[in-house]
Ligand binder design. Structure first.
Ligand SMILES: C[S@@+](CC[C@H](N)C(=O)[O-])C[C@H]1O[C@@H](n2cnc3c(N)ncnc32)[C@H](O)[C@@H]1O
Length: 217
Protein backbone atom coordinates (compact mmCIF):
# COMPACT_ATOMS: atom_id res chain seq x y z
CA UNK A 1 0.00 0.00 0.00
CA UNK A 2 1.26 3.50 -0.84
CA UNK A 3 1.89 6.29 1.65
CA UNK A 4 -1.41 8.06 0.92
CA UNK A 5 -3.34 4.87 1.60
CA UNK A 6 -1.70 4.46 5.00
CA UNK A 7 -2.40 8.08 5.99
CA UNK A 8 -5.97 7.74 4.70
CA UNK A 9 -6.47 4.68 6.93
CA UNK A 10 -5.23 6.51 9.99
CA UNK A 11 -7.42 9.53 9.15
CA UNK A 12 -10.58 7.46 8.83
CA UNK A 13 -9.71 5.52 12.01
CA UNK A 14 -9.46 8.90 13.72
CA UNK A 15 -12.98 9.97 12.55
CA UNK A 16 -14.31 6.56 13.49
CA UNK A 17 -12.82 6.90 16.99
CA UNK A 18 -14.54 10.29 17.39
CA UNK A 19 -17.93 8.76 16.47
CA UNK A 20 -17.41 5.68 18.63
CA UNK A 21 -16.49 7.84 21.63
CA UNK A 22 -19.62 9.96 21.15
CA UNK A 23 -21.85 6.89 20.73
CA UNK A 24 -20.44 5.29 23.88
CA UNK A 25 -20.90 8.49 25.93
CA UNK A 26 -17.21 9.29 26.36
CA UNK A 27 -16.07 12.91 26.55
CA UNK A 28 -13.22 12.40 24.08
CA UNK A 29 -11.76 9.89 21.62
CA UNK A 30 -8.62 9.92 23.81
CA UNK A 31 -10.37 7.13 25.70
CA UNK A 32 -9.41 4.56 23.06
CA UNK A 33 -5.71 5.20 23.55
CA UNK A 34 -6.04 4.43 27.26
CA UNK A 35 -8.24 1.42 26.52
CA UNK A 36 -5.63 0.01 24.12
CA UNK A 37 -2.80 0.56 26.62
CA UNK A 38 -4.84 -0.84 29.50
CA UNK A 39 -5.77 -4.00 27.57
CA UNK A 40 -2.12 -4.57 26.70
CA UNK A 41 -0.50 -3.71 30.05
CA UNK A 42 -3.33 -4.49 32.53
CA UNK A 43 -2.96 -1.23 34.45
CA UNK A 44 -6.50 -0.80 35.73
CA UNK A 45 -8.26 -3.44 37.82
CA UNK A 46 -11.30 -3.42 40.12
CA UNK A 47 -10.49 -1.74 43.43
CA UNK A 48 -7.46 0.20 42.18
CA UNK A 49 -6.79 3.82 43.10
CA UNK A 50 -5.92 5.98 40.12
CA UNK A 51 -4.51 9.50 39.78
CA UNK A 52 -5.29 11.05 36.37
CA UNK A 53 -3.18 14.14 35.54
CA UNK A 54 -4.50 16.33 32.73
CA UNK A 55 -7.96 14.76 33.02
CA UNK A 56 -10.15 17.29 31.14
CA UNK A 57 -12.61 16.79 29.42
CA UNK A 58 -12.78 13.51 31.31
CA UNK A 59 -12.84 10.43 29.07
CA UNK A 60 -9.89 8.78 30.84
CA UNK A 61 -11.63 9.36 34.17
CA UNK A 62 -14.83 7.82 32.77
CA UNK A 63 -12.93 4.78 31.51
CA UNK A 64 -10.83 4.40 34.67
CA UNK A 65 -13.94 4.69 36.88
CA UNK A 66 -15.60 1.93 34.85
CA UNK A 67 -12.56 -0.32 35.29
CA UNK A 68 -11.87 0.24 39.00
CA UNK A 69 -15.54 0.27 40.08
CA UNK A 70 -16.95 1.54 43.36
CA UNK A 71 -14.30 -0.27 45.43
CA UNK A 72 -11.69 1.85 43.65
CA UNK A 73 -11.06 5.58 43.42
CA UNK A 74 -10.18 7.97 40.59
CA UNK A 75 -8.76 11.42 41.29
CA UNK A 76 -8.44 13.80 38.34
CA UNK A 77 -6.48 17.03 38.11
CA UNK A 78 -6.47 19.58 35.29
CA UNK A 79 -6.16 23.30 34.58
CA UNK A 80 -9.74 23.07 33.26
CA UNK A 81 -12.90 22.06 35.14
CA UNK A 82 -14.40 18.67 34.23
CA UNK A 83 -18.11 19.21 33.63
CA UNK A 84 -19.22 15.56 33.50
CA UNK A 85 -21.44 13.68 35.90
CA UNK A 86 -19.00 11.22 37.46
CA UNK A 87 -19.70 8.51 40.04
CA UNK A 88 -18.92 9.43 43.69
CA UNK A 89 -15.66 7.44 43.65
CA UNK A 90 -14.32 9.67 40.84
CA UNK A 91 -13.48 13.27 41.73
CA UNK A 92 -11.95 15.95 39.53
CA UNK A 93 -10.10 19.02 40.78
CA UNK A 94 -8.86 22.14 39.05
CA UNK A 95 -5.15 22.79 39.52
CA UNK A 96 -1.75 23.15 37.91
CA UNK A 97 0.63 20.23 38.46
CA UNK A 98 3.51 22.69 38.81
CA UNK A 99 1.73 24.47 41.67
CA UNK A 100 0.58 21.40 43.59
CA UNK A 101 3.08 19.30 45.53
CA UNK A 102 2.66 15.53 45.14
CA UNK A 103 3.00 15.15 48.93
CA UNK A 104 -0.09 17.37 49.39
CA UNK A 105 -2.03 14.86 47.28
CA UNK A 106 -0.93 11.84 49.34
CA UNK A 107 -1.52 13.72 52.60
CA UNK A 108 -5.12 14.35 51.53
CA UNK A 109 -5.97 11.22 49.53
CA UNK A 110 -3.42 8.53 50.46
CA UNK A 111 -1.36 6.40 48.04
CA UNK A 112 -2.32 5.37 44.52
CA UNK A 113 -1.88 2.16 42.53
CA UNK A 114 -1.75 3.78 39.10
CA UNK A 115 -0.83 7.20 37.73
CA UNK A 116 -2.06 8.07 34.24
CA UNK A 117 -1.14 11.33 32.55
CA UNK A 118 -2.45 12.58 29.22
CA UNK A 119 -1.16 16.09 29.92
CA UNK A 120 -0.28 18.15 26.88
CA UNK A 121 0.88 21.77 26.64
CA UNK A 122 -1.05 24.34 24.61
CA UNK A 123 0.72 23.94 21.30
CA UNK A 124 2.55 27.01 19.99
CA UNK A 125 3.25 25.72 16.47
CA UNK A 126 6.96 25.67 17.27
CA UNK A 127 7.82 21.97 17.45
CA UNK A 128 10.90 22.38 19.65
CA UNK A 129 9.02 24.48 22.23
CA UNK A 130 6.03 22.11 22.24
CA UNK A 131 8.25 19.04 22.71
CA UNK A 132 10.22 20.72 25.48
CA UNK A 133 7.01 21.70 27.33
CA UNK A 134 5.54 18.24 26.88
CA UNK A 135 8.70 16.64 28.28
CA UNK A 136 8.51 18.99 31.28
CA UNK A 137 4.92 17.84 31.92
CA UNK A 138 5.92 14.18 31.63
CA UNK A 139 8.84 14.75 34.03
CA UNK A 140 6.42 16.35 36.46
CA UNK A 141 4.13 13.31 36.10
CA UNK A 142 7.14 11.11 36.94
CA UNK A 143 7.87 13.24 40.03
CA UNK A 144 4.25 12.76 41.09
CA UNK A 145 4.51 9.01 40.43
CA UNK A 146 7.54 8.48 42.66
CA UNK A 147 5.69 10.16 45.54
CA UNK A 148 2.06 9.14 45.16
CA UNK A 149 2.41 5.54 43.93
CA UNK A 150 2.78 2.62 46.29
CA UNK A 151 5.79 0.40 45.56
CA UNK A 152 4.77 -1.85 42.64
CA UNK A 153 2.44 0.83 41.21
CA UNK A 154 2.07 1.57 37.51
CA UNK A 155 2.59 4.64 35.29
CA UNK A 156 1.37 5.75 31.86
CA UNK A 157 2.20 9.21 30.52
CA UNK A 158 1.95 10.96 27.20
CA UNK A 159 4.97 12.72 25.75
CA UNK A 160 5.70 14.52 22.47
CA UNK A 161 8.94 12.87 21.52
CA UNK A 162 11.80 15.34 21.15
CA UNK A 163 15.46 15.65 21.98
CA UNK A 164 15.02 14.82 25.66
CA UNK A 165 12.96 11.68 25.08
CA UNK A 166 15.78 9.14 25.50
CA UNK A 167 16.87 10.67 28.80
CA UNK A 168 13.28 10.78 30.01
CA UNK A 169 12.71 7.14 29.07
CA UNK A 170 15.93 6.19 30.89
CA UNK A 171 14.73 8.00 34.03
CA UNK A 172 11.38 6.19 33.97
CA UNK A 173 13.21 2.87 33.37
CA UNK A 174 15.39 3.51 36.41
CA UNK A 175 12.34 3.85 38.67
CA UNK A 176 10.19 0.94 37.40
CA UNK A 177 10.72 -2.79 36.81
CA UNK A 178 9.34 -2.66 33.21
CA UNK A 179 9.05 0.28 30.84
CA UNK A 180 8.01 0.64 27.19
CA UNK A 181 7.26 3.49 24.76
CA UNK A 182 3.88 2.92 23.05
CA UNK A 183 2.30 4.57 20.00
CA UNK A 184 -1.47 3.78 20.19
CA UNK A 185 -3.24 3.21 16.89
CA UNK A 186 -5.80 6.00 17.44
CA UNK A 187 -3.05 8.65 17.56
CA UNK A 188 -3.54 11.39 14.93
CA UNK A 189 -1.61 10.93 11.70
CA UNK A 190 1.68 12.83 11.74
CA UNK A 191 1.56 13.11 15.54
CA UNK A 192 4.83 12.74 17.41
CA UNK A 193 3.11 11.77 20.66
CA UNK A 194 3.90 8.53 22.43
CA UNK A 195 3.04 7.09 25.80
CA UNK A 196 5.60 5.84 28.26
CA UNK A 197 4.08 2.87 30.05
CA UNK A 198 5.86 1.52 33.11
CA UNK A 199 4.91 -1.21 35.57
CA UNK A 200 6.15 -1.90 39.07
CA UNK A 201 7.52 1.18 40.84
CA UNK A 202 10.74 0.09 42.57
CA UNK A 203 10.56 0.49 46.34
CA UNK A 204 13.86 2.40 46.40
CA UNK A 205 12.62 4.85 43.73
CA UNK A 206 9.75 5.96 45.90
CA UNK A 207 10.01 9.34 47.60
CA UNK A 208 7.91 9.10 50.75
CA UNK A 209 5.17 11.76 50.88
CA UNK A 210 5.86 14.49 53.42
CA UNK A 211 2.76 15.42 55.38
CA UNK A 212 1.97 19.15 55.26
CA UNK A 213 2.96 21.25 58.29
CA UNK A 214 0.06 21.61 60.73
CA UNK A 215 -0.64 25.37 60.83
CA UNK A 216 -2.39 25.17 64.25
CA UNK A 217 -0.28 26.39 67.26
C1 LIG B 1 -5.30 15.83 25.77
S1 LIG B 1 -6.03 16.64 27.13
C2 LIG B 1 -6.46 15.30 28.19
C3 LIG B 1 -7.63 14.46 27.69
C4 LIG B 1 -8.13 13.53 28.76
N1 LIG B 1 -7.19 12.44 29.01
C5 LIG B 1 -9.46 12.89 28.40
O1 LIG B 1 -9.48 11.69 28.17
O2 LIG B 1 -10.47 13.57 28.40
C6 LIG B 1 -4.61 17.34 27.93
C7 LIG B 1 -4.92 18.12 29.19
O3 LIG B 1 -3.69 18.43 29.88
C8 LIG B 1 -3.98 19.54 30.68
N2 LIG B 1 -2.78 20.20 31.23
C9 LIG B 1 -1.79 20.81 30.56
N3 LIG B 1 -0.90 21.37 31.40
C10 LIG B 1 -1.32 21.09 32.67
C11 LIG B 1 -0.85 21.44 33.96
N4 LIG B 1 0.27 22.18 34.12
N5 LIG B 1 -1.52 21.00 35.04
C12 LIG B 1 -2.67 20.27 34.88
N6 LIG B 1 -3.18 19.93 33.66
C13 LIG B 1 -2.53 20.35 32.56
C14 LIG B 1 -4.75 20.46 29.73
O4 LIG B 1 -5.50 21.43 30.43
C15 LIG B 1 -5.61 19.48 28.94
O5 LIG B 1 -6.92 19.44 29.41
Amino acid sequence: MGRRGKLGDRGSRHDDAYKRAKDQGYASRAVFKLEEIDKRFKLLQPGRRVLDLGCWPGSWMQYAAGRVGEEGFVLGLDLAKVELDLPPFAQAFVGDVFEIEPAEVTAKFGDFDVLISDMAPKTTGDKTTDMFRSEELTRRALTFATTVLRPGGHFCAKVFTGGGFKALLADVKASFSECKPVHPKDTRSGSYEQYIVARGLKANARVPGTPPVDPSP
